[in-house]
Ligand binder design. Structure first.
Ligand SMILES: [Fe+2]
Ligand SMILES: [Fe+2]
Length: 269
């Protein structure tokens, strides 16, 4: 990448809820920004449409697109199947990089490293057992259907732990190579990042909104290296906000509206 690149971050674009005209305008508006790189934070479409949207976006935008997937991207399909499809697509498309499948840190600029993972809501904050929230995830994603509440909790924790372990290993290695890092993920990794309608999500919602396994990995690694800086970019709650769980860790949660895909943030490196 060239120095002084313009980075465009997009999260929760949910193109399956947008009309063709709205989608076309959105794709044009992002292209007009002439990004040096795009960070695409998940909830792009659903299982049967996400690969098509990724191909459409990579044909339209003439820059690298680093992406992770969100829970909606697995609806009416399976997590394993859609992840495999995304990995295969990215391997054959020079513009697309699926960060969940990338074990090594990537250069976002000569001095800033990029890692990422989809993450998963692992029900480690709030009160999962008392929560009456029935996410569509639990009806529409193969791995999460046919569970009672207790066995579903085990599956959510397993998915969260896989993400947390991947981020722990990537962060430990990335931190040796860069002083500044970005981490792109779908779920807020801390309760303080769980913004919704200007407030932090309550006990009912936060179990379904937070990937604490990634949060624990971030805290464990970044606490030992106060001279290094990490910026986390996440979405999922559709509520905008920022928090600073450690002096050297800043988390930005992107806002979103269904049917109105929009640019979350633009900045120059
Ligand atoms: Fe979303
Ligand atoms: Fe989501």
């Amino acid at each position: 990448m060239n120095p002084n690149q313009k980075i465009v971050w997009l999260t929760d674009i949910h193109l399956n809820f947008a009309t063709p005209d709205v989608t076309e305008d959105f794709i044009g508006a992002v292209g007009d920004l002439q990004p040096g790189a795009i960070l695409l934070g998940g909830d792009i479409g659903e299982a049967d449409s996400v690969a098509g949207y990724l191909s459409q976006l990579s044909n339209a935008w003439e820059c690298p697109i680093y992406f992770v997937l969100g829970n909606h991207d697995f609806y009416r399909g399976s997590i394993a199947g859609v992840r495999e499809q995304a990995t295969t697509l990215a391997e054959s498309n020079g513009r697309l990089t699926y960060l969940t499948a990338e074990e090594e840190v990537l250069p976002l600029s000569p001095s800033i490293g990029l890692i990422g993972h989809d993450g998963w809501a692992d029900a480690r904050v709030g009160d999962y057992m008392r929560s009456t929230v029935m996410m569509n995830d639990y009806r529409l994603i193969e791995e999460l259907t046919n569970h009672d509440k207790t066995s579903r909790l085990e599956e959510l924790r397993r998915l969260g732990d896989d993400a947390g372990e991947a981020i722990r290993q990537r962060l430990l290695s990335a931190i040796e190579k860069y002083d500044e890092l970005y981490l792109l993920t779908h779920l807020p990794p801390f309760l303080e990042a769980c913004w919704h309608d200007g407030k932090i999500s309550d006990e009912e919602w936060s179990p379904h909104f937070t990937c604490m396994a990634i949060g624990h990995a971030i805290r464990d690694v970044m606490r030992t290296r106060p001279e290094k800086q990490l910026t986390v970019l996440c979405g999922h709650t559709h509520g905008e906000g920022t928090c600073q769980p450690l002096p050297n860790v800043r988390v930005e949660t992107g806002g979103a509206d269904y049917g109105k895909p929009a640019v979350t943030k633009v900045w120059e490196l």
